[in-house]
Design a protein around this ligand. Structure first.
Ligand code: COA
Ligand code: ZN
Length: 305
């Protein structure tokens, strides 16, 4: 099996969307430009959501227009509805990441509609995107558990993935929105999804809410997954999920993968520079442990036993 692993950066979308202080547009642009040199497969730059729902990303058009694109990177935006899709097409995003939740209560909290209404709207979005030649991925939130309902039936996750597969999307992301996955549940769902949808690109999206983020990523790798979302510094979390915390940290995931001999094509020192930039933009310490300790084997390791 291939040792190549693709990383999608989500800090300027998932990371920033819950931050309390507005991050200036020019700082978002400068961070995306820095990340564009780090070897990512894709960068989820922003979301075209309602500015009332996510005020932090109300500058989506300006950010998309201001970045300098590297042709090797796919610049993605999160899209919740047709209105967002129309805005994103005008802004010339490379690919759409649509979003809905596998659990009804989280879908209603996050998108203010039922799952069926979401699916109907997203079918229209997919049509729009395909007419424009724009590839589509669907992020299935709460795939491993819901902050309102608890356990989520893996069969329901596969059913939603199947619905979107039938609508012709390129890929599906299985999202652990509030860190409820464990390596066992990850392994089972990844194997089942790969078996059932061999033609669908599968991405895993973990949050480290309960400290199992990297263990879950390893379980997904062992189940054959080769594409992950991650966030610089480990910033992140859904503003409509109580108790949500940061994504797995990009520099820690890449550091682990590189030590294990996987080919990420990423520049770890640039990632550490990016994580430090994120920390200064957030104005507080970010969860990244690698940012504190430095890469394994580097001379700044602590002298304590
Ligand atoms: N872009 C800009 N404005 C939008 C919009 C979009 N994609 N979708 C809706 N709006 C505006 C409407 O024009 C309307 O504006 P008005 O009050 O000035 O007339 C307002 O938002 C409400 O529109 P409505 O269609 O009633 O939507 P809603 O209030 O039910 O919200 C969503 C639905 C999906 C747009 C909203 O819940 C949302 O953006 N959620 C974001 C979810 C998210 O990103 N979560 C974190 C990531 S998982
Ligand atoms: Zn997330």
């Amino acid at each position: 099996m291939s040792s190549r692993v693709r990383i999608n950066e989500v800090v300027t979308r998932d990371g920033f969307q819950s931050e309390p202080r507005f991050i200036p547009t020019e700082d978002k642009i400068a961070l995306v430009d820095l990340m564009s040199r780090a070897g990512y497969h894709a960068i989820e730059v922003t979301s075209f959501t309602s500015p009332k729902a996510i005020p932090m990303l109300a500058d989506a058009e300006a950010v998309m227009a201001g970045i300098t694109r590297n042709p090797a990177v796919e610049y993605v935006a999160l899209i919740p509805n047709v209105r967002g899709a129309e805005r994103a097409l005008k802004a010339n995003v490379d690919a759409f990441n649509l979003v809905m939740s596998v659990s009804e209560s989280h879908n209603r909290a996050n998108l203010r509609m039922s799952r069926d209404e979401s699916c109907t709207q997203l079918a229209d979005v997919i049509r729009l995107a395909h007419d424009a030649g724009t590839p589509v991925n669907v992020s299935l939130s709460t795939s491993f558990g819901c902050p309102f309902e608890g356990a989520v039936n893996p069969e329901a996750v596969l059913e939603w993935a199947g619905r979107f597969s039938d609508l012709g999307v390129r890929g599906v992301s299985l999202c652990d929105t509030t860190g409820m996955a464990d390596p066992g549940s990850v392994s089972r769902l990844c194997h089942d999804a790969r078996d059932r949808f061999p033609g669908l690109a599968l991405t895993l999206h973990f949050h480290n809410t309960r400290g199992m983020g990297l263990a879950n990523a390893l379980a997904a790798l062992q189940a054959g997954i080769r594409e992950f979302d991650a966030s610089l510094g480990g910033l992140g979390g859904c503003p409509y999920a109580p108790g949500a915390t940061g994504n797995i940290c990009t520099e820690e995931l890449v550091h682990m993968l590189q030590l294990m001999g996987y080919d990420t094509g990423m520049d770890l020192s640039l990632l550490l520079e990016g994580a430090a930039r994120v920390e200064s933009l957030a104005g507080r310490q970010v969860p990244s442990q690698l940012l504190r300790a430095g890469p394994a084997g580097s001379p700044r390791a602590s002298s304590c036993a």
